[in-house]
Design a protein around this ligand. Structure first.
Ligand code: SAM
Length: 277
């Protein structure tokens, strides 16, 4: 069943109000209900846009699940419900995802009025490869979740984009340095689109020193270069590893499988060397 209501996600500025698009203003003006994280903040945005406040519904990390039924009921009544967050794109480290999921499941149309996102803004400013990248959002604050994520990031070949609160940036950079080594390139993009915008580029080792010099202020995005490619494995190294596996009693088949996985090379190549074909 497709209902007549529409859920519209609207991107809002990440600092500079001049980035509020004319389409975003239109979408806010056409809304019957605006879901937002903070009514005062969104109230100011609506005022700036010259939009008379329709109904506002607080949807934050704690209330999003509970808001789903109310939003679905408004959509079923044929209304247009827009979703904004405090800054940037809703659904990106912000509420929105659960509402989109529920609306799609229930057969309602979902539209997006795109706007800035700190992740993409920092990535393109970083001068690091932007063709393929991974968005990690906020790291878990502690425990095995954090350790595992740091290990995965250290091995990741694509550029990694992370969000971080100012008072945790130094610790995150310390942990990334321990996981990736001090030579990995990193970019700290802070206060993007705002008066004190700064894009600092260097290595993780430099970043530790940079952050020790002064208290990090304002919102930060950390953009980390991908891991370097593993060193080339030459044929003699494969032959030697095969000899070791065989000496330990492995069959040709098992030795090929073990060496291919251990050295990260194609099984066919190891097989050919093992059989002299
Ligand atoms: N939905 C937002 C987006 O699309 O970018 C992200 C919201 S998330 C709760 C907030 C985080 O985004 C901040 O902690 C910071 O890492 C990043 N951020 C948001 N605005 C920023 C800005 N102007 N400059 C740098 N980082 C920013």
């Amino acid at each position: 069943m497709t209902g007549p209501g529409r859920l519209v996600l609207v991107g809002t500025p990440i600092g500079n109000l001049g980035d509020l698009s004319p389409r975003a203003v239109e979408a806010l003006a056409a809304a019957d209900l605006v879901c937002c994280e903070d009514t005062r903040r969104t109230g100011r945005l609506l005022q700036h846009a010259g939009v008379r406040a329709p109904g506002l519904l607080v949807v934050n990390d704690h209330t999003e699940a509970g808001a789903v039924e109310r939003v679905l009921a408004r959509l079923a009544a044929g209304e247009v419900v827009t979703v904004v967050s405090d800054a940037g794109m809703p659904g990106i480290s912000d509420p929105g995802e659960q509402l989109v999921h529920a609306a799609v499941e229930a057969g309602f149309a979902v539209e997006v009025v795109p706007g800035p996102s700190a992740a993409v803004t920092a990535l393109v400013a970083s001068a690091l490869p932007a063709g393929r990248f991974v968005f990690e959002g906020f790291l878990p604050r502690k425990g095995s979740g954090r350790t595992e994520r740091l290990a995965a990031i250290a091995a990741e070949r694509r550029t990694v984009v992370l969000y971080e609160a100012p008072h945790r940036v130094a610790r995150t950079i310390d942990d990334l340095t321990a996981a990736c080594g001090p030579d990995r390139r990193v970019v700290l993009a802070r206060e993007l689109t705002k008066l004190h915008e700064e894009v600092w580029r260097g290595t993780l080792g430099d970043a530790v020193a940079h952050l020790a010099e002064r208290e990090p202020r304002g919102e930060h995005v950390v953009v980390l270069d991908g891991a370097p490619p593993p060193p080339e494995v030459d044929d003699p190294a494969i032959v030697e590893a095969l000899a070791v596996a065989r000496a330990e009693g492995a069959s040709t088949r098992d030795a090929v499988a073990a060496v291919a996985s251990e050295l990260g090379v194609a099984r066919r190549r190891v097989y050919d060397l093992a059989t002299g074909s």
